[in-house]
Ligand binder design. Sequence first.
Ligand code: GLN
Ligand code: ZN
Length: 776
Amino acid sequence: MIKTHILGYPRIGAQRELKFALERHWRGEIDEQALEAVAAELRARHWADQRAAGLDFVGVGDFAFYDQVADHVLLFGCAPARFGFTGAETPLQQLFTLARGVATEAHDDCGCGHASHGKPALEMTKWFDTNYHYLVPEFDAATRFALAPDRLLDQVAQARTLGHAVKVTLVGPLSFLWLGKAKDGADRLALLDALLPVYCDLLARLKAAGAEWVQLDEPILGLDLPGDWSLAFERAYHLLHGAGVPLLLATYFSPLQENLSLACKLPVAGLHVDGVRAPEELRPVADWLPDHKVLSVGIVDGRNIWRADLDACLERLRPVLERRAGAVWLAPSCSLLHVPFTLAHDAALDAELRTWLAGAREKLNELRILKQVLTGGERAVAMDLAAARAALAARRASPRVARPDVAAALAALPPDADRRAAPFAQRQAVQRARFDLPAFPTTTIGSFPQTPAIRAARAAWRRGELADAGYDTAMRAEIAHAVRVQEELGLDVLVHGEAERNDMVEYFGEQLDGFAFSANGWVQSYGSRCVKPPVLYGDVARPAPMTVAWTAYAQSLTARPMKGMLTGPVTILQWSFVRDDQPRALTCAQIALAIRAEVCDLERAGIGIVQIDEPALREGLPLRRASRDAYLDWAGRAFRIAASGVADATQIHTHMCYAEFNDILPAIAALDADVITIETSRSDMELLAGFGAFAYPNEIGPGVYDIHSPRVPATSDMVRLLRKASAVVPADRLWVNPDCGLKTRAWPETEAALRNMVAAARLLRDEAGGGTVQAA
Ligand code: GLN
Ligand code: ZN
């Protein structure tokens, strides 16, 4: 028997209805009841989609007002004591307090995807290797669990009333604990014994409420788990098994490897595996999983937007079906949360491209077609199959995709194209002689405030109401203003301010061949926030310079060095939906080549310093340790290809933020950027200790203040941080800068903060006495 199901569906709504309702609610414009009504309507609509595609169950539990992990915190009654919930709050009030903190306007984003910090909301972090952010449960020795199932049971009841067969989706107990953060040295795993009875209770309640299956997501089975964690699985699932509702253990994102036999052995009714990320494990799982268990194969890619190659899917499924005597469930590889709702009618994509793509809704249809074919109903879907084959053939043959000129340019790159001509020490000497910067040189990360006026000008220009010339004049005025302010403040290395950029990836993608942009391809990032990743569909090429005119104009206004500002190849790759018909490494190398050309053009235009931002370098790291070196190799090479086309006297900066970098320091050093500016201020320079211990060889600008808060940092705070930094990094290699771009800030606080920052740098210079120039 073949069944179809999904692990989860996008909840934000085809027109982002949930986002807008949430934001109205937070502004006090609609009450909880009205918000709940929107949610109920969305769920009903999404279940109807699933039903229409012939799925055997609809999913309940994948809906969340903010985040599914936060829902589990309330479901298990383990909100941290510091929130001081008394029970007088409504569940929604509690949820939004966990998510947004108690201060109003807790959210403030710089484009890196994170909310502001220092507010008492739960921390956010990325869900495995996706761009979705979950709220991190906090555990401590006092953590207790108490089931609060009503909201979930209401949703089951809603689905049942609508006549649906229900499979409830939950995060499994081990993954839930793993994803949390233990405070005061508490041991997360030690909480398992207290948590399991609550899960058992919940499972029993779900069964009584009519759930036919419960899916327990344990994606941590795809990680390199410590022994005590993998051991705990058996104990946990023996207990859960007792609740009597059929359990589907769901794994995804990463191969099971050494956990494969464990996953097959656990006392559950079914196992879901990711046949897209780990196709090589389909056979062994089909062999190892006892015959009485259901094998659910994640066959349609839940992480990307390409229309499935149905023939290849069928080919992959056939031996599995044979081995399992025909009893297999088909599903997307993971929750469809990570793809847009639909791309089938997107107004901004051309008709041909649209036929190459599949959003969540189209993926449901792919499951329907596969099931039909495998159950002997191929005739009924002959037209669908033909359309899918034609689209795929067109994509394969398209001159928009494969460009011989790009392949030739890559092939022509000499093997040492990813190496600067001279080693760092020599470059440093040449650059110091050229720029003659003071000790503790000051700079910023690139962007200055994106004011309402800038946004309005861009919107008008995009609507066609402002002509190119008018837009150009407006942006030049902003650049001139930014340059004037920086000169007045006494910064040493200036930037043009990125007024003309909407987004650090989109700005480049829009000017590169091989990228397309949807009008409505939104994917939830966190809470009500959505991102619209570019679609990287073809070989990447740069038809014309992208930043040179703006940067050269900025340089023409000042005698100080103007830093050119580019987004790096790894970050552009990481924040796009990338093609699945060639390795990511190759796509990344193509982007690198385009950025390299831009770097060289900037140099030719007289720009002596170029920054290549790679905030997403860390997040591309594979979940499995064994795959990390290979990734760091090609990612690092891509960065260096972009950076290494210039003379020794040209100074290359890079910038990174929002991640734990200490575990990849050798790879960061291997980028061989002359200067790295890095976010450190929120962890009070802890990160820098890693740089010190590792003896990072090049120059470093540790962020000396947190740009995510409008608070103006005191000079003394920054002096203190810089002293701390000088203790671990030789002072003559330190730069002074904020920890990220300033685009989300307003001008008054920006000027005040930078004024204090420059004062801090001067103070340190004076203290160092004599050493007023970066020692050559
Ligand atoms: N240059 C970019 C800016 O200043 C860097 C943004 C980022 O790190 N995400 O906005
Ligand atoms: Zn940053």
